[in-house]
Design a protein around this ligand. Sequence first.
Ligand code: G6P
Length: 620
Amino acid sequence: MCGIVGAVAERNITAVLVEGLKRLEYRGYDSAGVALLNDQGQLERRRRVGKVSELQAALNAEPLAGRLGIAHTRWATHGAPSERNAHPHFSGREPGSELAVVHNGIIENHDALREQLKGLGYAFSSDTDTEVIVHLLDHKLKTQPDLTAALKEAVKELHGAYGLAVISAKQPDRLLAARSGSPLVIGLGLGENFLASDQLALRQVTDRFMYLEEGDIAEICRESVQIWDVSGEPVQRESVQYHEGAEAADKGEFRHFMLKEIFEQPKVVQRTLEGRLGSDHVLVQAFGPQAAELFAKVKNVQIVACGTSYHAGMVARYWLEGLAGIPCQIEVASEFRYRKVVVQPDTLFVSISQSGETADTLAALRNAKALSPEQGGYLASLSICNVGISSLVRESDLCLLTQAGPEIGVASTKAFTTQLVGLMLLTLSLGQVRGTLDKRLEAELVDELRRLPTRLDEALAMDTVVEKVSELFAEKHHALFLGRGEQYPVAMEGALKLKEISYIHAEAYPAGELKHGPLALVDSDMPVVTVAPNNELLEKLKSNLQEVRARGGELIVFADQQAGMSNGEGTHVVNMPHIHDALAPILYTIPLQLLSYYVAVLKGTDVDQPRNLAKSVTVE
Ligand code: G6P
């Protein structure tokens, strides 16, 4: 969603800021802007609706130069996408403006502040909540001329979420930052320092980072960084060196990030398993030192998540109940957070998120934690997350980090399959500790997990077959996805992928529901995609498919090679490697990802940045 980049240096930093914005493009945005303090001591800015390349073109036509600057990609929340609403926002008219601010998040009391500031004579030039911040700060500077002290006072009046970067024409040597509910990281250079909402934006200039914590305010100069915590006390934040994955923002040999990420799955699944499997059992400590003691008390599981992560949770419900015998409920976070819930005793609250910053998932976790034991509070909270420094991880009692590495494509792929691996580890751990999982089955599944990366490689080898099948969708406007049991959420994920990136309307149904409605839609214009592992539901699924064929529907079936299904008129069968039934959801996800990818390529859509969507939804 919104992205922030800032820099204070001895050199002209325009190119650093623009490159940083480009690296944040994957988060989704609708406009971009940059403000620099020029050598005449004036703040200047360029803002453009659309891609960072538009901003770059504007800068090529009318260059800006400076050694102190901030930049932003915006995803509209208050006020339409337009140049006047794009950040940075100034206080005062340019040139001669004293302050520039960029902001991620939402200021909830912006209406009241706007009225108050208008009363003080401030004229607003945008419809954003952000503009109140810059005028409020300007107002504070009248009585408190020190910029950092004024910022500390101003943020006290802001309700809501923010990551802020501030520069002032009167303080050419410093860049200020404030974090509350929206992540910020300082990049440490030699004689120059940087700021960003995601370290990915700064890997071009440094590999040393310092993460701000909730409530921190930072003063970033060329040679120093000073941080104050939420109570205003000076604090040291640890600096960490980033080694791995520096190439992640690069597509390499692949045409799109999404395809690169699909093909990374065997490797990242392997990484997610590393250090977590014993000879014939899962190492429960992978979930933290107190995990074994806590898991022994768990009688129920409540899962919350959004989007693709929600689908991972739906698969986990089948696993937790079917393999570990633990009752499990799952709900989308945006519903859960606004509902009065009845908590069963000894329920483990599990949140799943790639980013760990999704606003609804975080709010659900916070609500869950706020319940007192008398209200039937949760036993403990656990997050399955891909970002170790995220708010979700920090605020959960336990966590299991997936090792997918940075995911750039807006449509989630490798994050999903590594979440499934994490959830299988959780299922096996809970079953093991509670004694509800047969030891032999655990040993068998641990073995199968070890073989999983090879199975995924085999599934990826079907790439060209799936590409061929994708041609069937080129002219279609609708598609139906069917699955039974734990393949139903896989079908849902397949339908979500197709609609996200190819804009084809796709719906998923449990195959048994076909005759209760969706069958009415089936004709030769409605391709029906099915995942058919060789399990006890196969014969039932085959009858459902007959129902589709009888109505002239075209079938695309991803079927186990031992399922006894073959090509026929209107039936396209893609044979899948045989796999243990429990792990089939992970394997069968691969061809559905490839299918949506190739359909999108055929349709010529923006695969990595589909319209209207954002990678990281940090606002409601
Ligand atoms: C957005 C993304 C999805 C993602 C969802 C939840 O909608 O486009 O790919 O599944 O957010 O994100 P999370 O980071 O919590 O998994």
